[in-house]
Design a protein around this ligand. Structure first.
Ligand code: FNR
Length: 191
């Protein structure tokens, strides 16, 4: 059956390279993999008083439903000051309050990213690791996509035009597909 993947962009910017990378993944998805692109729009800053009062915000609940509806999560992270962008961390923090076990525990998860420096989110991807470990995701480590100098890899319309990057992303997605397929098969045989 088709593997459904939710690609979550960690940038709110309309012309975001990371959202563009998520869309490129969607268009390069191998046969048998269906990628939906999601964003963090509408999620407020985490506030324990909001949580205790109104509860989990609607935008968080909606994203939770999208994640639960997919077989795997593909995080598409920018890099700010060598670390994880606050916007993205905030979204994951809210989601962890919404139902950490159901949303993250054992969920097949990949992490890719694009940045404007020569290092292509290597630092932010590494900075995510302690959080992903705590959340208990099953992290794909069979490849990496670190899009450096993103301003040269995408055209003005946000299409991924750099051939080497397209090839690497395609190879990453093939490996990720196999990883998600195996985890789905293991899950269904355990039931
Ligand atoms: C950046 N940028 C950046 N790039 C990088 O490669 N390493 C870094 O440490 C940083 N630091 C950083 C801090 C802050 C506050 C901003 C706003 C930006 C540049 C970053 O790669 C660039 O803005 C990307 O375009 C961000 O991703 P999106 O929004 O295009 O997806």
């Amino acid at each position: 059956s088709t593997c459904r993947v939710l690609a979550l962009s960690g940038s709110l910017r309309h012309a975001s390279f990371n959202t563009a990378l998520a869309r490129a993944a969607q268009s390069l998805a191998p046969q048998g993999m269906d990628i939906e692109v999601a964003t963090l729009h509408g999620i407020p800053l985490y506030d324990g008083d909001t949580e205790a009062g109104e509860g989990i915000p609607a935008a968080v609940q909606q994203l939770k439903a999208q994640i639960l509806n997919a077989d795997a999560l593909l995080m598409v992270t920018p890099e700010y000051n060598n670390g994880v962008p606050g916007v993205f961390k905030n979204g994951i923090d809210w989601l962890s309050r919404a139902d950490m076990k159901a949303i993250f525990a054992k969920r097949p998860t990949g992490i890719i990213g694009a940045s404007m420096s020569g290092f292509g989110t290597v630092s932010s991807q590494a900075a995510w690791l302690p959080t992903l470990k705590l959340l208990g995701v099953t992290l794909y480590s069979g490849g990496s996509v670190l899009v450096s100098r993103a301003q040269n890899a995408f055209n003005a319309e946000g299409a991924l035009t750099d051939e080497a990057t397209r090839k690497n992303l395609g190879a990453y997605l093939s490996g990720f597909h196999e990883f998600v397929r195996l985890s789905k098969a293991a899950k269904s045989s355990a039931q």
